[in-house]
Design a protein around this ligand. Structure first.
Ligand SMILES: Cc1cc2nc3c(=O)[nH]c(=O)nc-3n(C[C@H](O)[C@H](O)[C@H](O)COP(=O)(O)OP(=O)(O)OC[C@H]3O[C@@H](n4cnc5c(N)ncnc54)[C@H](O)[C@@H]3O)c2cc1C
Length: 493
C-alpha cells in the first residue's frame, strides 16, 4: 500500500462500485490524478455492483441502436431477435408511474436522457455488453424483448461488470486503496471539501484532495439505520448485497451540511429464497417467477396481485409486502402448467411437492381447508382468456381481494410445488440531495464546493418502487457527471 502520509490527490473517490469506477475512469481520462478508497479488502471488492445481475435500463430507438454497443452473444443469432423500442419518453413515464409521480423531474431527466450516451461511453471504456435472457419471451423461435423489459447486461453479470471495470482502472494505474474506510470529510477554511480522514490497517490517516466524490452506497447493510428510517422489522430482513454499505457516505456528507433527500422510509426490497443467507444473499437467490404463481402467507391467504405487471415493474416493491405477512414469509405455488416457466435458479430451492392441495398445505404447515378454499376461490375467479407468458395477457381474476391482473392460471394440475420466499433488501432510496451536475447540495440548495455524490447514496431518483436496471444506470450516469464536473472545478481554480 502507498504511504498515506504522502498521499495527495486531485480527485478522491470513496467506494469502488460501478458508480465510483465510472467516475475514476472519466476523471482519469480528463487528465487528473485519481485515488479510490475501498472499505472492503481486495478479495471482497465490488460493492453491490458485483452482486448485481449487471442489467442496465437505457433508452433506445430500436434494436439497431442497441446493436451499436452489443458484442456477439453466445447461442443467439441477432437475426432471431426482436427488441421493441424503448424511447426516452417511455423510460421517463415508467419512472414516474412506478414512483407514483414522486421521482425528482430534473434527476429523472438526467437518468433518462443520458442513459444511451453513458452506456455507449462504457462500451469504449472496457465494458462488454451482451443480450441477457432473463426477461426474454421466446415466441416461435424468436427472442422478443417487450418494451420496458431489459435486453442488455454487462458480460458476466454484475461480477463481470466489476471485473471489467477493475481491469480497465488497473491498466490506467489509478490507485485503489483497499481496506481503507473513509470516516470523515475534511474542509478548507472556505468550507470546500478537501479530503478525508480514513482508517487503514496501519491506523488513521488523512488524505488531501482537490475534490471528493462520494460513491459508497446506501444504508441497506446497517440494521440500526434500517430500523430507524425504514421502520419496524426492517432490521430483521435479509440483505441481498454487500455488507459494507452502512450509510457512511450519507453520514459524512450530512455532518458537513448536506441535505438529506428522497424517500428515506423507502427501499428496493425483492423476493428471495427464504433459505438465502442473511447477508450477501447474492443474485441467484432471487425468486422472480411469481407472476405465474399464486403467493400465499402462512395462513393460506393471498395478499398481493402477483400479475400486476411484468416482474421488472413489481419485484422491487413485493419484498415489502412479504415482510408485512405473519412470520415474514410467503409461498409461491405452481402447478404442472406453470412449472416449466420457472427461471433456472429455482433449481437451487427446496420446494414442497404434493399431489393434492391438502398435502401441499400440510407440507407447508398451513391449515389444509384454508389453502383449499383460497385455491378453489382463485380457480373459479379466473377469466377464460388464453394464457400467454410472452405478454401482458389480461388473463385475470374478478371478485377476489386482491385480484390477479395477468397470467392467472388455475392451480389444478398436480403435482403442485410451493417455494418458500422472504423479503431481501437490495438498496435504500433515501440519500443526499444532488443537482443534475451531481453536486451535493445544502438545505438552501447551494452546492458544497468540492463535493459530488454518485450512485446509491443519492436521493430523489426512486420512491415506493423502481423499474429494474435503473440502479446501475443511475450509478454510471452520476459517476460520469460527477467526475466531469469535479475535473472542471479543479481546472477552473
Ligand atoms: C443482488 C442484487 C442484484 C442487483 N441487480 C441489479 C441489476 O441487474 N441492475 C441494476 O441496475 N441494479 C441492480 N442492483 C442494484 C445495484 O447493484 C446498485 O444500485 C448499484 O450497484 C449501486 O452501485 P454503487 O456504485 O452506488 O454502490 P456499490 O456498488 O454498492 O459500491 C459502494 C462501495 O462503497 C464501499 N464503501 C462503503 N462505505 C465505505 C467507506 N466508508 N469508505 C470506503 N468505501 C466504502 C463499499 O464497500 C462498496 O464497495 C442489484 C443489487 C443487488 C444487491
Amino acid at each position: 500500500m502507498a504511504n498515506l502520509k504522502e498521499l495527495e490527490t486531485d480527485v478522491l473517490i470513496v467506494g469502488a462500485g460501478n458508480a465510483a469506477l465510472v467516475a475514476a475512469e472519466a476523471a482519469h481520462d480528463a487528465g487528473v490524478k485519481v485515488t479510490v478508497l475501498e472499505r472492503a479488502p481486495r478479495e471482497r471488492r465490488g460493492g453491490n455492483s458485483t452482486f448485481s445481475g449487471g442489467l442496465f435500463r437505457f433508452a433506445y430507438k430500436d434494436f439497431e441502436q442497441v446493436k451499436e454497443i452489443l458484442q456477439d452473444t453466445p447461442g443467439i443469432d441477432f437475426k432471431d431477435v426482436e427488441v421493441e423500442p424503448y424511447p426516452t419518453d417511455m423510460f421517463y413515464s415508467d419512472l414516474m408511474r412506478v414512483t407514483e409521480g414522486l421521482a425528482d423531474p430534473s434527476l429523472s431527466e438526467l437518468l433518462v436522457n443520458k442513459s444511451q450516451e453513458v452506456v455507449a461511453w462504457m462500451a469504449h471504456h472496457g465494458i462488454d455488453w451482451e443480450l441477457h435472457l432473463s426477461h426474454v419471451a421466446k415466441v416461435k423461435g424468436k427472442y422478443i424483448w417487450r418494451s420496458g423489459t431489459i435486453p442488455v447486461a454487462a458480460r458476466g453479470g454484475g461480477h463481470g461488470l466489476q471485473e471489467m471495470h477493475f481491469k480497465h482502472v488497473e491498466s490506467r494505474a489509478i490507485d485503489i486503496l483497499y481496506s481503507t474506510r473513509a470516516l470523515q470529510l475534511t474542509q478548507d477554511s472556505s468550507g470546500a471539501a478537501d479530503g478525508a480522514l480514513v482508517s487503514t490497517p496501519a491506523g488513521k490517516r488523512r488524505i488531501q484532495s482537490k475534490a471528493v466524490i462520494l460513491a459508497c452506497g446506501g444504508f441497506e447493510s446497517n440494521p440500526e439505520m434500517r430500523a430507524r428510517y425504514l421502520g419496524q422489522n426492517w432490521d430483521l430482513v435479509k440483505v441481498r448485497g454487500t455488507r459494507y454499505n452502512t450509510g457512511d457516505g450519507i453520514k459524512m456528507a450530512t455532518d458537513i451540511g448536506a441535505e438529506p433527500f428522497g424517500h428515506w422510509s423507502g427501499c428496493h426490497a425483492s423476493v428471495i429464497d427464504a433459505e438465502a443467507a442473511a447477508v450477501e444473499a447474492a443474485d441467484e437467490t432471487t425468486r422472480y417467477s411469481y407472476p405465474y404463481s399464486i403467493m400465499v402467507n402462512v395462513n393460506g391467504e393471498r395478499f398481493v396481485d402477483e400479475g400486476e405487471d411484468f416482474q421488472v415493474y413489481t419485484y422491487a416493491k413485493t419484498g415489502r409486502r412479504i415482510l408485512a405477512q405473519p412470520a415474514h414469509i410467503a409461498y409461491q405455488i405452481y402447478d404442472q402448467k406453470t412449472l416449466p416457466l420457472l427461471r433456472s435458479n429455482y433449481q437451487r430451492s427446496r420446494p414442497v411437492t404434493a399431489n393434492t392441495v391438502e398435502d401441499l398445505a400440510s407440507g407447508l404447515g398451513i391449515e389444509p381447508a384454508r389453502l383449499r378454499r383460497t385455491i378453489d376461490e382463485f380457480n373459479k375467479a379466473v377469466s377464460p382468456v388464453a394464457f400467454d407468458s410472452s405478454k401482458r395477457d389480461g388473463k385475470c381474476t374478478t371478485g377476489l381481494n386482491p385480484d390477479k391482473s395477468n397470467w392467472a392460471s388455475p392451480i389444478d394440475s398436480p403435482p403442485y410445488q410451493a417455494y418458500p420466499v422472504a423479503c431481501g433488501i437490495t438498496f435504500t432510496y433515501g440519500g443526499l440531495k444532488i443537482d443534475p451536475q451531481s453536486a451535493v447540495l445544502t438545505a438552501d440548495d447551494t452546492a458544497i464546493p468540492g463535493l459530488w455524490a454518485a450512485g446509491e447514496l443519492t436521493g430523489g431518483f426512486f420512491y415506493h418502487n423502481y423499474p429494474s436496471g435503473s440502479g446501475l444506470m443511475r450509478g454510471s450516469i452520476t459517476g460520469y457527471v460527477a467526475a466531469t464536473e469535479a475535473v472542471k472545478y479543479i481546472k477552473g481554480r
